[in-house]
Design a protein. Structure first.
Length: 126
């Protein structure tokens, strides 16, 4: 990827970031310590963002430098998110198993007290 493609894409990402946050050029400029005119020039690719602007954008909008500059999230973040999702899935499966065990135990208690079997289906673990 050549430098011009990176600059073009960073300009487009800055504009998209502003639009996603429902900000005018002036509001966006105020947040990153710039001017409306400069934001307009960046969005139309007349000018490029300064290093100071990039730092302010990243710190004000909770995005990574990698995303702003290259359009990619860091691999470690993606791996961590994937790992957390897998852990959440396993936790939810275990929760369903435990709830089914509780239901079975409660059925046994009721059956032993009433001498009538209870015919309820357990929760599905998909």
């Amino acid at each position: 990827m050549n430098k011009n493609n990176k600059i073009d894409s960073i300009n487009a990402r800055i504009k998209q970031l502003r639009l996603n946050n429902n900000l005018t050029q002036q509001e966006f400029a105020d947040k990153i310590n710039s001017t409306r005119a400069m934001i307009g020039q960046i969005e139309t690719m007349v000018a490029n963002p300064t290093l100071n602007m990039i730092i302010n954008i990243v710190s004000n909008f909770e995005i990574t430098y990698d995303f702003l500059i290259d359009g990619k999230e860091r691999l470690e973040e993606n791996s961590l998110n994937h790992s957390l999702q897998n852990q959440e899935i396993e936790f939810l499966k275990k929760e369903v198993e435990l709830k089914n065990e509780i239901i079975e135990y409660q059925k046994q208690l009721l059956t032993s007290k009433t001498n009538k079997p209870i015919d309820e289906k357990p929760l599905q673990n998909n």
